[in-house]
Design a protein around this ligand. Structure first.
Ligand SMILES: Nc1ncnc2c1ncn2[C@@H]1O[C@H](COP(=O)(O)OP(=O)(O)OP(=O)(O)O)[C@@H](O)[C@H]1O
Length: 257
């Protein structure tokens, strides 16, 4: 069982009743212009303070699910709520603001700004929003991601794992309701990937953050509290406390069906 630290960054009580989900999808369907329906009435709720992995064969709808859930793309029908706010009805400006303030992103390719220092990369989302950093939160994040001694470096002077850790700190700097991580370990070697996954798990378990991670890797998904398995635009399995072996088996079965 997890132990939540006392203090301002304590994880929310996982047994609290009727929490507002960090993200909720209500019968989301997405049909692209060419006529492909990538999501068929998908409903799900991500409880705050949990680590959710989304798996599935290529073309099963993982990226589409993430884009709709994060407000990057609009569903054809159905509702999406981020931290209780229904985003489907928002205009593009409000949707952008909500994304900026309530959603963090981590990408396979880090997407750091090469000309900025690590410190400036991490605080960039706040500066873009015209906000001052919460100093205590920032200090703690930098310490958690292990970059205290690297803040003045440029991204090119860091290893891949360090760059991804900087990107994770950047994703969390505005204390978002949810962080979406798209194949966050796809460009890393096995050992570094394990470290980055350990860091994501730590941020969830000890800081109460919420992470939704799309991955092809059953070993990565096994680090999550729950894995959703997608096939043909539907969630076909929900596995709590997944193991890499059971997820690998499930995906192989789907790919050969
Ligand atoms: N912009 C688009 N326009 C038209 N069809 C699209 C578009 N994006 C995705 N699709 C189609 O929607 C379906 C789901 O694609 P999606 O990228 O969500 O799957 P995925 O599970 O993320 O795949 P992968 O693991 O290969 O990245 C596929 O059939 C794909 O070809």
């Amino acid at each position: 069982m997890r132990t939540a630290p006392a203090g301002p960054y304590a994880a929310p009580d996982p047994y609290a009743a009727r929490e507002t989900p960090a993200v909720a999808l209500d019968r989301v369907t997405k049909t692209y212009a060419g006529g492909v329906t990538a999501l068929h009435e998908v409903s799900l709720a991500v409880r705050p303070g949990t680590f959710l992995a989304v798996m599935g064969p290529s073309g099963s709808g993982k990226s589409t699910l993430m884009h709709c859930a994060a407000g990057l793309d609009a569903p054809t029908s159905g509702g999406v709520r981020i931290d209780g706010t229904e985003i489907s009805g928002l205009d593009e400006t409000r949707r952008t603001e909500l994304r900026r303030d309530r959603v963090g992103f981590v990408f396979q390719s880090y997407n750091l700004v090469p000309s900025l220092s690590v410190a400036d990369n991490i605080t960039l989302p706040l500066r873009l929003a015209g906000k001052a950093p919460d100093r205590a939160w920032l200090r703690m994040l930098v310490e958690r991601v292990g970059l205290d001694g690297r803040l003045a470096h440029r991204p090119a002077e860091l290893s891949g794992g360090q760059q991804q850790r900087a990107a994770i700190a950047r994703a969390l700097v505005s204390r978002p309701a949810v962080v979406f991580a798209d194949e966050p370990t796809g460009a890393l070697d096995l050992r570094t990937a394990r470290e980055v996954l350990g860091l994501l798990g730590d941020l969830v378990a000890n800081l109460g953050q919420t992470v939704v991670m799309v991955t092809h890797d059953p070993a990565a998904a096994a680090r999550a509290d729950r894995a959703l398995v997608m096939a043909d635009g539907r969630v076909v399995d929900t596995v709590d406390a997944p193991t890499a072996a059971e997820l690998a088996h499930r995906i192989t079965t789907l790919e050969t069906e």
